[in-house]
Design a protein around this ligand. Structure first.
Ligand SMILES: [Zn+2]
Length: 220
């Protein structure tokens, strides 16, 4: 089945929203895809006819098994390409997402396999997000956010949101990369910044940015 880029983008957006908010409604989809709500309704009907989603008013949009399979395939392309662009071509981590957004639709299965092999069958992309396997399995990690971590708690940074270049540059300048462990030393009152301690230094990070950084807890 040859699918248009826009169909692939819809399926990907539904997958991401489902993970973030649980129930996917068309107004959220419109916002995410930056299109008018009316065109979302039309497309969702089309996707339902193609048996890629189910849609009932008030219950939201959900991927069918085949819809999910396509979404994960496109996400696999996207994340492999991001890693390739960063590791092999040396692009900074705040520049790879926008390139991968375009290339993901064009990547052939053959090239996908070659890239996977060349990179040593990686499991995460440069931002820490899991790369779905060829047979559509994905090891989702915790969705705990840095902003919700208590004072004294030590955490391992697992993922920085990939679609905001400014955030990625900011996190990169602070040294907040996936795999880094940090301890929350102080949380300033009145929505003030968070002070983190690493082995070598202190890092002060804004709370809005800390909402976009995912972590795994290390100690209690
Ligand atoms: Zn990306």
């Amino acid at each position: 089945m040859i699918l248009s880029e826009s169909i692939e983008d819809y399926l990907k957006a539904i997958y991401a929203l489902k993970k973030e908010v649980g129930k996917v409604v068309t107004t959220q989809l419109a916002e995410r895809l930056e299109v008018k709500p009316a065109s979302v309704t039309g497309m969702v009907r089309k996707l339902a006819q193609m048996k890629l989603v189910t849609y009932k008013p008030y219950q939201g949009v959900a991927l069918t098994k085949s819809g999910r399979k396509i979404a994960l395939e496109v996400i696999r392309h996207h994340r492999l390409l991001e890693l390739y662009l960063s590791e092999v071509m040396g692009l900074p981590w705040d520049k790879v997402h926008i390139e991968a957004e375009k290339l993901e639709h064009a990547l052939s299965e053959e090239l996908e396999e070659r890239i996977d092999e060349l990179l040593g069958f990686p499991t995460t992309d440069p931002h820490g997000a899991p790369i779905p396997s060829k047979d559509g399995k994905v090891a989702e990690h915790s969705s705990d956010r840095l902003v919700d971590v208590q004072v004294g708690q030590e955490v391992l940074i697992s993922e920085v949101k990939d679609d905001d270049s400014e955030l990625l540059r900011y996190a990169g300048e602070l040294g907040l990369f996936p795999g880094e462990s940090v301890q929350v030393e102080n949380i300033a009152p009145y929505k003030g910044p968070i002070t983190l301690k690493t082995k070598h230094k202190k890092i002060i990070v804004g709370r809005e940015a800390a909402k976009q950084i995912l972590v795994n807890k290390i100690s209690a």
